[in-house]
Design a protein around this ligand. Structure first.
Ligand code: GLU
Length: 411
């Protein structure tokens, strides 16, 4: 007889013998690994040599959706599911792991959330975030606008890989908000004892209940379960492949932190009466990473047919001098070209070296301390919503906190 999820089993491995409940697989599980819930409550992943059933169990895949009457003393929060690791969860009663198929399942798996708010939940996509596209950002922005006419705030569970891109896109597409928009993810799927999904989600809900009229990302601030940071949507980046504190605010402090309460460290835009949507994006924009050895024809092809381009230059914002004629031609032909730094930390300055001065002379716009992907998304948004001269002049202006004041010491 084959062991099934829910069976109490004995598993023999190279490292010893383990007993526990066999957990169901999810789409993040490694094929060779079985997940076992030990008697002490911890889940472990092990490569089995032999599995013996000790007691036949029964695993029931249950929906968490509960009919809870609406309470007037708590606000309504809308959850818009988009996928990612966070969309898998552990059932705290059975210890079982399920890929969360509905946003309700995801939300109701954290009992404290139900105490905090009335829940509206829907799934817009169930994708890994590397599959995100500008047209999906537009769909999310439209859905947020709709949801904010029913809810006090919105929480968007999202894959972590491109969460900061979506946060930046929403920041520009939603210039005024009647409620907070909070993106949240998990670095570890919920079937792992070290999962950050639970605390991140609950912290996101707390931020969604504030008067923050901005798009934010809420994720673990440290590698332990101490507290979460609130990052401004235009300043945040995933800076580690797997650590729970992978998300950092770059060139600025986080907006605040959450443990039991929400505490803001910085000024922020407050919620207004209305949510404004400006959802056009010009996809003819490229993000170009310059490297020594990039030749003219490579750059030419990356600029071809583009309405705009962001170049990630070296150091203060440089590219090899041999590429200047190509850039000059693109600018003359009407392409808006901005430059940011590969260093990520610090500010572009095209006045220090001759290569920088030459870049400036051909009409490249220095983009201060803006993050590369934020500059890329901002340019798509500007070209989608404004004429070219306005787009050019707004590109280097601070619109959503994406550029910091020169006098601020940020690192
Ligand atoms: N690569 C996937 C994504 O970004 C899974 C990783 C995650 O959610 O953290 O959606």
């Amino acid at each position: 007889m084959h062991p099934e999820p829910g069976d109490y089993v004995e598993v023999r491995t190279k490292k010893g013998v383990f007993k526990g409940i066999l957990m169901p697989r999810n789409r993040f599980s490694d094929e060779n690994v079985v997940i076992l819930k030990l008697d002490n409550g911890y889940n472990i992943g092990i490569v089995p040599e032999e599995i013996k059933i000790i007691k036949k169990g029964h695993f029931e895949k249950k929906s968490h959706k509960r009919d809870i009457p609406r309470r007037d003393y708590v606000p309504t929060i809308s959850f818009i599911g988009t996928g990612g690791t966070i969309a898998s969860y552990v059932d705290y009663r059975t210890g079982a792991v399920n890929p969360a198929l509905t946003a309700e399942d995801l939300v109701f798996s954290v009992p404290e959330i139900v105490e905090e708010c009335n829940v509206r939940a829907s799934i817009l996509f169930n994708i890994l975030s590397e599959d995100m596209r500008p047209e999906y950002w537009i769909k999310i922005a439209r859905k947020v606008k709709k949801e904010l006419s029913h809810a006090a705030g919105v929480v968007i569970p999202h894959g972590t890989d491109t969460m900061s891109y979506t946060a930046a896109a929403l920041s520009f597409m939603l210039p005024e908000l009647s409620g907070p928009v909070v993106l949240v993810g998990a670095q570890r799927s919920s079937d792992r004892p070290s999962s950050d999904a639970y605390m991140n989600l609950l912290s996101a809900v707390k931020v969604a209940k504030t008067d923050l009229g901005e798009v934010a990302v809420v994720m673990h601030a440290t590698t332990s379960d101490d507290y979460c940071h609130i990052h401004r949507g235009t300043r945040v980046r995933k800076m580690h492949t797997s650590r729970r504190d992978a998300f950092k605010s770059i060139n600025t402090q986080p907006l605040g932190k959450v443990n039991k309460e929400v505490v803001f460290f910085q000024d922020y835009r407050k919620t207004g009466d209305e949510t404004v949507l400006m959802d056009r994006m010009d996809e003819k924009v490229s993000l170009i990473y310059y490297y020594p050895g990039m030749d003219e024809s490579t750059l030419e092809s990356l600029l071809m047919d583009m309405h705009g381009a962001i170049i990630m230059g070296t150091g203060l914002g440089h590219v090899g001098t041999h590429l200047l004629p190509i850039i000059e031609k693109a600018v003359k032909d009407g392409t808006v070209v901005g430059v940011v730094t590969q260093c990520l930390y610090g500010r572009v300055n095209l006045n220090v070296y001759s290569t920088g001065r030459k870049l400036k002379a051909v009409g490249v716009i220095p983009l201060e301390d803006m993050l590369p992907e934020v500059a890329y998304i901002k340019l798509m948004w500007l070209l989608g919503n404004y004429d070219i001269d306005t787009a050019k002049s707004l590109l280097s202006k601070n619109l959503r906190g994406e550029i910091s004041d020169r006098r601020m010491i940020t690192w």
